[in-house]
Design a protein around this ligand. Structure first.
Ligand code: NAP
Length: 289
């Protein structure tokens, strides 16, 4: 099966390239395709003749999306539509990556969001992703909409670091560490995410899936676990979100679970702490026991 990866230079795009045989991947970077440009998307994707088109391209600066709603919707919603329509016209499956930020409106929520829950974003980024999902569903039945969250992996995005890496490096340099303790989410290892997506594609599944590592935690829990697994003794001050004001509202609870994956004959997602340990081993921060 041939996979065209849009957003190939990004964090998840590079993970796909690690996980798939080289001759199965057509890597499309932002320089080669701009998904906001519908005509260019059609032309470029017609040239590559892929069986599966994975759309990882996103404008995901959450505060930036509040200021530039047009760009958020041009890339995350209309861009998703352009790619899904091009996939349909070529008889290819489309995989659209979405986010836990399509949820968050239920302030008193304390149980994980499932695929059957209604969306309710609290910021422009989440609204643009939610619109993108719906446009993909309208464009083609042969789609996977994959919702994931709080990604970490050995290959980093253009910003050059992941959350655990940032925590470790600040502890090493002796910088004070203050981490938000009132947002609950599902940290997810990009290796586990990409392997789950490939399994779903290869098994011919369609529809919406929540693909996150198991259970959930606050960013503070995630930070303290990172230091504990790495064997670093360093203080972290738990703080409220108000300590880091930004333009965008953030969900207090966006933990997700899957009611669909458990019934499928595909590998299940492990607990986030186990995934974090595997990541720190893969990075060479801790030794495998
Ligand atoms: N990172 C997370 O924690 C997280 C959580 C939930 C969901 N997701 C979703 O997962 C997907 C992959 O995320 P990621 O972390 O791999 O992001 P990433 O590292 O920023 O990669 C995204 C890639 O898309 C490219 N891109 C941006 N706009 C584009 C456009 N208009 N046309 C074509 N390419 C474009 C970017 O290129 P430039 O850098 O050159 O612009 C970048 O290489 C995204 O859809 C994101 O919304 C991510």
């Amino acid at each position: 099966m041939k996979y065209a990866i849009i957003g190939a230079a990004g964090q998840v795009g590079q993970e796909f390239q690690k996980c798939l045989p080289e001759d199965c991947v057509i890597a499309l970077t932002h320089e080669g395709i701009d998904i906001a440009n519908g005509d260019a998307v059609c032309d470029r994707l017609a040239q590559v003749e892929a069986d599966v088109i994975v759309n990882l391209a996103a404008y995901h600066d959450v505060n930036g999306c509040e200021e530039d709603g047009r760009k958020a919707f041009d890339v995350n919603a209309l861009g998703a539509l352009h790619v899904a329509r091009a996939a349909k016209s070529q008889g290819a499956k489309v995989v659209f990556f979405s986010s836990d930020y399509v949820f968050g409106e239920q302030h008193d929520r304390s149980t994980p969001y499932l695929e059957s829950d209604l969306v309710g974003p609290v910021n422009v980024y989440g609204a643009s992703k939610s619109a993108g999902e719906q446009l993909v569903r309208l464009a083609t039945d042969d789609h996977l909409v994959v919702r994931s969250s709080s990604l970490f992996g050995v290959v980093t995005s253009r910003k050059g670091w992941t959350f655990p890496e940032m925590i470790l490096s600040r502890a090493e340099s002796g910088d004070p560490l203050r981490v938000v303790n009132d947002q609950i989410m599902s940290p997810t290892y990009t290796l586990d995410l990409v392997q789950a997506v490939i399994s779903l594609v290869e098994a011919g599944h369609v529809g919406t899936y929540h693909l996150t590592n198991g259970d959930g935690c606050t960013w503070y829990d995630f930070a303290t676990s990172t230091l504990a697994i790495a064997g670093v003794d360093y203080p972290i001050e738990p703080v409220d979100s108000s300590a880091f004001p930004g333009k965008a509202r953030r969900p207090a609870y966006s933990r997700m679970d899957s009611e669909r994956l458990h019934g499928e004959n595909v590998p299940q997602m492990r607990h986030w702490r186990e995934a974090l340990e595997a990541y720190l081993i893969e990075k060479g921060v801790v030794k495998a026991s």
